[in-house]
Design a protein around this ligand. Sequence first.
Ligand SMILES: Cc1ncc(COP(=O)(O)O)c(C=O)c1O
Length: 325
Amino acid sequence: MSPIKLNMNEIPYLPPQRVIEAAQKGLSNLNRYADPEDLELLRKLIADYSKVPIEHVVVSAGSNLLLKEIIHMFSKGRSVIITNPSFFPAIQCVKQYATKLTRIQLVPPGFNLNLDFIINELNESSLVIIDNPDNPTGKILLDKGVVKTIIENKNVLLVVDEAYFEFSGITCADMVKRYPNLAVVRTLDKSFGLAGARVGYLLAGKIFLDAFSTFYASLPQSSLYAAIEALKDHRYVKKNIELTIKERERVSKELEEIGFQVYPSSTNFLLIRTGIPDIGSELKDRDVLILDLSTQWLQGFVRVSIGTPKENDIFLSSIREVLKV
Ligand SMILES: Cc1ncc(COP(=O)(O)O)c(C=O)c1O
């Protein structure tokens, strides 16, 4: 039996058959690069979906790559400001490239963003990176007012990582046209159920667009065709979200009944304070994978993605087995 994967914030549902067939069609041309016209079509579909003009759209093989590119391009000569915790690979990349790094601590139980602290830091050239909602807390950190307050500082570049936008419904994508110093990073890997395809995109203000003008990230044809087919009719995404949110609330309630502290989430995962140091390995022994945050962040905290109802039941009963309750 393969383990139940609740450790990588994936959607547990396959995309519709027509999307899988499109990917298979791409595989049958394995000797070919993707057609630039198909890449343009994908950009157009992303632009329509995001309600942003096509000139502002940059496509990439996963949004992680976009974040890395941005950090490479803009860390030099700037102070880099990132929250802690935040998407861990971005933190690692920032640690590698930033000459000056400021980490804004999100402190339990509220995980509130200290805006005054950020504003105080903005008197020099800065690159600010914020997940909205945040991974792993699941919390919404920004609204448009806060985004505006940050980007009205002309020497600041702001990157908002909206990997979980479809779950939160909150976005500042429409602001990239007006603000050259704003970029929004998104992905089809999560809510569209396309993690195996790796399709990310940037909705970029002018400064970012100029920097990305020589960036050419072609996609494998299978990923490209799958993404095009998914975006042509994305009603299934709504269903993924509804099912996930319903399950998220059920799992959260049951975990609270067990006695864990569960934090409100606007994503497809939950941050849980269990206080049990080896809960991750106890669950792994039972073929359930979750993310233990003790090395990345804090002891006693884990992050668990929402699976299918059956997977969530197995997760919950495994927890009860570990606790003997
Ligand atoms: C906040 C955040 N940003 C970016 C990513 C990267 O997503 P991908 O590279 O699959 O597009 C993730 C993945 O977990 C994430 O949680």
